[in-house]
Write a protein that binds this ligand. Structure first.
Ligand SMILES: NC(=O)c1ccc[n+]([C@@H]2O[C@H](COP(=O)([O-])OP(=O)(O)OC[C@H]3O[C@@H](n4cnc5c(N)ncnc54)[C@H](O)[C@@H]3O)[C@@H](O)[C@H]2O)c1
Length: 257
């Protein structure tokens, strides 16, 4: 038996259509889990689910859901429970950002950033924790960002939302330890995904990212798989004594205490 064994586990991954979420869905399925992807990109989500099912031989499926909308999240939970029977693992990965100096950002930007990156995590936890608590079993991983720990140029509201995810996760880890639910946070650094490509397509975003990239001790951007391995480990029984922790995966870019 391998260290990370997810056979028999059922997982819900938000934002699993592409990027880091896709790699996490793949890693969970490779380790034996059945996976439901919840993403507002339904076509891409369904395509990803089909590809991962074929690659891993596990059931991987997708439903459309916008995590900023609580009613969508309830419907996603119900669909996942109807198709999988239970949810043991929740990975809150859906996120979004656009690099803009704070005073040039708009209320619409703030709303979308807080809605996806913070409210989305509140919504899924609110929807799934009662089910996990009832079964006295669950593991949640929330994808934050290194910007939550050290700040990041052009990402004031995003950094704040991601820091909120850290504090929220630690609090829930305390509240639900008695239900045998573990909650941990991963803070990626710069990871080569479609989102990063979109940010680099903007002049300001490219300048900031180019500057930051020079300071990565391991001298490369992260790959989605770099994040996925840790996520699979954290939701597995191998991590049974780890909860309320915040772990950076950033090639050493930040070495926060
Ligand atoms: N790429 C990086 O450098 C980086 C760094 C730090 C943190 N992160 C975080 O990692 C996570 C994944 O980022 P990524 O780079 O893979 O992004 P991505 O845009 O490549 O993928 C994000 C996925 O989330 C989905 N999504 C976005 N908003 C949604 C919503 N409202 N409801 C449902 N699904 C939604 C998208 O459709 C997409 O499939 C995000 O939380 C992001 O903030 C990324």
């Amino acid at each position: 038996m391998s260290l990370v064994d997810l056979n028999g586990k059922k997982a819900l991954v938000t934002g699993g259509a592409r990027g880091i979420g896709r790699a996490i869905a793949a890693a969970l399925a490779q380790a034996g889990a059945e996976v439901m992807i919840g993403d507002f990109r339904l076509e891409e989500g369904a395509r990803t689910a089909g590809e991962l099912s074929r690659e891993t031989g596990r059931a991987v499926m997708a439903e459309r859901a916008d995590v900023t909308r609580l009613e969508d999240v309830f419907a996603l939970r119900d669909a996942a429970l109807a198709r999988l029977g239970q949810i043991d693992v929740l990975v809150n990965n859906a996120g979004w950002d656009r690099l803009t100096p704070f005073l040039k950002s708009t209320p619409e930007d703030w709303q979308r950033i807080i809605g996806v990156n913070y409210a989305g995590v509140i919504h899924t936890c609110y929807a799934l924790l009662p089910h996990m608590a009832e079964r006295r079993q669950g593991a949640i991983v929330n994808i934050s960002s290194d910007s939550a720990r050290v700040g990041s140029l052009g990402e004031a509201v995003y950094s704040g939302a991601k820091a909120a995810v850290v504090a929220f996760s630690k609090t829930l880890a305390r509240e639900h330890a008695r239900d045998r639910i573990r909650i941990n946070v991963i803070c990626p650094g710069l990871v080569d995904t479609p989102l990063l490509a979109e940010i680099q397509a903007q002049d300001f975003g490219r300048k900031v990212m180019d500057a930051v990239t020079q300071f990565i001790p391991l001298k490369r951007l992260g790959r989605p798989e770099d994040i996925a391995g840790l996520a699979a480990y954290l939701v597995s029984d191998a991590a049974a004594y780890i909860t309320g922790q915040v772990i950076s995966v950033s090639g050493g870019l930040t070495m926060a205490g």
